[in-house]
Ligand binder design. Structure first.
Ligand code: 0GY
Length: 290
């Protein structure tokens, strides 16, 4: 199967906004190269190769210092491409893996040694087949001794059903892409307010204020309709927000964002230097490089 979405931006602009020293891109991926790290047979899409060298070049070009490389569904539970990138990055990258409940203590320790600090549970139906919640809870029990956390990816409509499950997880939980709110409904809608209430009542839950390009109805380069969602989260939960490029933007079919333009969104969602320092440096350092 050939790649079935747009390739990543070949030459992103140098952003006008400069991130603070030590900034972390806390959500990005490496894909392949397929010749060395084949894609998972059960994948729902085939990405374009997005090798580690391109990620590290982008990191430097955008003015970032570190990456958190998140395992994506197209590689399934084969974490080798991600681990290979972590090893090449030295201490400048951490990882989030996808694992099965059968994983051994030794295998988890090897991932930890490579720089993995979390597991990802994906609930987005177009990306993965459903996994029973007990399986995920068994995995949580295995990662707890390593002080890892859980990254969850779901869409807003699924949150209500997921809340009892999330309450059973006592490690930190990081929610991808703001829980994918429906931007057309607005910040005041019950769905987004439910998410805010969850953050208010559970101080172990963090959120990535990422992916305006996936959520926006207005589109590039402004992504103005997504700003109020992200800014609300940054201002209300300044110590539990993370930011990431989501490079190389798998499954983007409407447009491929310019990563430099995405960086320029940051001061609009985190308007003060103190909020930017928390979002880009202090928060990810606390979670990934304590
Ligand atoms: C993202 C978003 C997507 C894909 C995945 O695991 C994945 O394949 O996360 C998506 O299609 O929304 O964060 O990369």
């Amino acid at each position: 199967m050939d790649q079935d979405y747009l390739p990543f931006h070949a030459a992103p602009k140098k952003p006008d906004y400069r991130p603070p020293a030590g900034a972390v891109d806390a959500h990005c991926h490496v894909f392949g190269p397929a010749a060395r790290f084949p894609y998972a047979p059960e994948r729902k899409y085939t990405p374009c190769d997005a090798p580690k060298e391109r990620l590290f070049a982008l990191r430097d070009h955008l003015g970032f210092s570190r990456n958190v490389i998140v395992q994506a569904s197209c590689h399934g539970r084969d974490n080798r491409a991600m681990v290979d990138a972590l090893q090449a990055a030295g201490k400048r990258a951490r990882g989030v893996a996808m694992v099965g409940q059968e994983i051994t203590r030794e295998a988890l320790e090897a991932l930890h040694e490579a720089g993995v600090r979390g597991v990802r549970f994906n609930f987005v139906k177009r990306l993965v087949d459903a996994t029973p919640k007990e399986v995920y809870l068994n995995i949580v029990a295995k990662i707890r001794p390593l002080d890892w956390h859980v990254v969850v990816y779901f869409e807003a409509a699924e949150l209500e059903e997921l809340i009892p499950f999330l309450r059973q997880i006592d490690t930190p939980i990081v929610v991808d892409h703001m829980g994918r709110p429906d931007i057309a409904k607005g910040v005041g809608h019950a769905d987004f307010q439910r998410f805010i209430q969850l953050l208010q009542t559970h101080d172990n839950i963090w959120v990535k204020v990422s992916c305006p390009e996936r959520l926006s109805l207005a589109g590039p380069p402004d992504y103005g309709d997504v700003i109020p969602f992200a800014r609300t989260l940054v201002e209300r939960f300044p110590t539990r927000v993370l930011w990431g490029t989501d490079w190389p933007h798998p499954n983007m079919k409407s447009h491929m964002p310019d990563d430099g333009a995405l960086v320029e969104v940051i001061p609009r969602i985190a308007p003060s230097p103190a909020l930017q320092q928390a979002l880009l440096v202090d928060n990810p350092m606390r979670l990934y490089w304590p």
